[in-house]
Write a protein that binds this ligand. Structure first.
Ligand SMILES: NC(=O)c1ccc[n+]([C@@H]2O[C@H](COP(=O)([O-])OP(=O)(O)OC[C@H]3O[C@@H](n4cnc5c(N)ncnc54)[C@H](O)[C@@H]3O)[C@@H](O)[C@H]2O)c1
Ligand SMILES: [Zn+2]
Ligand SMILES: [Zn+2]
Length: 357
């Protein structure tokens, strides 16, 4: 091996954010262990999140040009720092989108999203998973062993979208047996809420979107009613369906003022509005209408506190999130994967799997 080859061995391919509107599939230095609690993982499968598209638009100023994107994926442990005790080289692991130190005040409350030493840092404040290798800080508390025989594409859905739809939507909305539930937005997150809402046997699951293909999938995944908000007046339709009462739980899974407004107009007395969407603009809160309705409004950044539980439901076959995968690409085609994911309506995209195997 000559000197150039040796030098190249310490390099890898990665999808890099290069400033608003700019990205590149580039050669970068392979990550190394920099703290005793780190692990370096060789990525085998990763995916793209709607949040990555927000970053590329320049909406997330914490992401600096030169950062490798991606906060989801699975892989194989390449090396571990001296104080990692739960994992060793060769272990297959799920990477959580939230890094947790396990010992700060927020981690002690299972509010890992606000971990003072971690939180959402992957593909944000540090290099992420859309690469051949990634460094994971606090490996013992931020990685999960993948059981043998489980569908790997299903496991990729556990890095972010399943815990998000479940924790921010279903748990915060306190869905119970017999509840009438409306989910505004049938993207991957809204559909993840739809799948996990069914743990609690609601009587109605109303899915709302303007994308016909996504609504069709929502029907296949258990929606009892679908409403195309581009064609129908959603508020009138829901109030008519519920004899003027409204819904017990409204999950906002879009992140724009309109979708929150639908939620506050269809909520029944005693109901819960669970906001999941990331909002870039203010929303008018209609307190003059809501003050006497005994409702609860919740917000949450995903904590991934439910990941172990959700993994068990995948192993048992109760939950099959692999059905959210619509397209597959090799890592070398990651730019094409971004085009397909960015044109969801035209390409009928939900989640894309990007493989490095
Ligand atoms: N709270 C968290 O921790 C967290 C974590 C991850 C993602 N998110 C956010 O959740 C939201 C949903 O994520 P996603 O990946 O499913 O996004 P997405 O963009 O793929 O899906 C949103 C869906 O909403 C539909 N839509 C747009 N405007 C609408 C309207 N007015 N009424 C009804 N439907 C409408 C779109 O057609 C699309 O299908 C995003 O805002 C995302 O940033 C939040
Ligand atoms: Zn995400
Ligand atoms: Zn912490």
């Amino acid at each position: 091996m000559n000197a150039t080859e040796k030098k190249n061995e310490s390099n890898m391919w990665a999808l890099e954010y290069q400033g608003p509107g700019l990205k590149g599939y580039v050669r970068k230095k392979r990550p190394e262990i920099s703290s005793p609690t780190d692990a370096v993982v060789r990525i085998t499968k990763t995916t793209i999140c709607g949040t990555d598209l927000h970053i590329l638009k320049g909406d997330v100023p914490s992401v600096k040009p030169g950062t490798t994107l991606g906060h989801e994926g699975i892989g194989v442990i390449e090396s571990v720092g001296s104080s990692v005790t739960k994992f060793e080289t060769g272990d297959r692991v799920l990477i959580s989108c939230i890094t947790s130190c396990g010992s700060c005040d927020y981690c002690k409350k299972a509010m890992y999203s606000h971990c003072v030493n971690g939180g959402w840092i992957l593909g944000n404040k540090i290099d992420g998973t859309q690469a051949e290798y990634v460094r994971i800080p606090f490996a013992d508390t931020s990685l999960y062993a993948i059981p043998d025989g489980v569908d790997e594409e299903a496991v990729v859905m556990l890095s972010d979208i399943l815990p998000t739809g479940f924790e921010c939507g279903v748990l915060n909305g306190k869905i119970g047996p017999g509840d009438v539930v409306a989910i505004v937005g049938s993207g991957p997150i809204g559909l993840a809420s739809l799948l996990t809402a069914q743990f609690y046997a609601p009587s109605e699951l109303i899915m709302i979107d303007m994308n016909e293909d996504r609504l069709k999938r929502a029907s296949e995944f258990g929606a009892t009613t679908i409403i195309n908000s581009g064609k129908e007046n959603v508020i009138d339709k829901v109030m008519e369906m519920t004899q003027g009462r409204g819904v017990d739980v409204a999950i906002e899974a879009v992140g724009v003022p309109d979708s929150f407004d639908v939620c506050q107009n269809i909520i029944a007395p005693g109901g819960r509005i669970a906001n999941v969407g990331v909002h870039g603009k203010g929303v008018e809160l209609r307190l003059e209408k809501l003050w006497d309705r005994n409702i609860t409004i919740t917000t949450r950044l995903v904590d991934t506190a439910s990941t172990s539980m959700l993994l068990k439901t995948i192993v048992s076959g109760k939950l099959k999130p692999q059905k959210l995968v619509s397209h597959r690409f090799a890592l070398s085609d990651v730019l094409k994967a971004y085009d397909t994911f960015g044109n969801a309506q035209k390409e009928k995209t939900l989640k894309v799997i990007i493989s490095n195997e």
